[in-house]
Design a binder for this molecule. Structure first.
Ligand code: GLN
Length: 205
């Protein structure tokens, strides 16, 4: 199987490790720049993006991940991981940076706080023949997606906490740009492994 790193400074690392291992990948926790070398792919978990950002810069792993993304490393980011991949964060916590690479603008906590978390079944024909069970927890929304970004799934505008013109259309919650995959939601906590399988089989090649 592929050697897949799980970014392991903060967040729901164990859940991703469990799913990837069950799907036959070899998994390496990534905490330092050295851990990034030789990976076939990397997963960035859900958690708190501002904390991931701070720790990753403190520990010197941020620049290694940025470099690897530039060189085409396949990366899958869930929730906070999506925020870390976004080129632009609309509402960063003071000085918050992302790794970037994925040409999207995200809004953190766009669907409301912890109590507004929700679950839904998403049609994602590119990824699964069956609806994908998606859990949103203080999830980010994609406000803008660049021309090279493929939208894999969206939810109705009415899910958003803040007003958004209806003509802006549904809100993307799963996107793909070449080797970068990101979801606003957490497949690692649902038992629905279709996104991990898609990442291993179609994004890592
Ligand atoms: N709101 C969190 C952040 O800004 C993301 C929440 C999550 O990963 N479940 O990073």
């Amino acid at each position: 199987g592929s050697l897949v790193g799980v970014f392991a400074l903060q967040g729901d690392v164990a859940e991703h490790v469990r799913v990837l291992t069950a799907l036959g990948a070899r998994v390496r926790p990534v905490r330092s720049a050295a851990d990034v070398a030789g990976l076939d792919g990397l997963v960035i978990p859900g958690g708190e993006s501002s904390v991931m950002d701070k720790l990753s810069r403190l520990l010197g792993v941020a620049s290694a991940v940025r470099q690897a993304i530039r060189e085409g490393l396949p990366v899958y980011g869930t929730c906070a991981g999506m925020i870390m991949l976004a080129e632009t964060i609309a509402n960063p916590i003071a000085g918050q940076q992302s790794f970037g690479g994925l040409d999207i603008t995200v809004q953190r906590n766009a669907f409301g706080g912890q109590v507004e978390s929700f679950e839904t079944a998403l049609e994602v024909p590119e990824v699964s023949g069956d609806p994908v069970h998606a859990v949103f927890i203080r999830a980010p929304a994609v406000l803008r997606a660049g021309p090279d970004v493929q939208v894999l799934a969206s939810v109705p505008t009415s899910r958003l906490e803040s007003e958004r013109p209806a003509e802006a259309g549904p809100v993307p919650v799963a996107v793909l740009q070449e080797s970068l995959l990101a979801t606003s939601f957490h497949p690692e906590v649902t038992g629905d492994w279709s996104f991990h399988r898609y990442f291993l089989e179609h994004v890592i090649r």
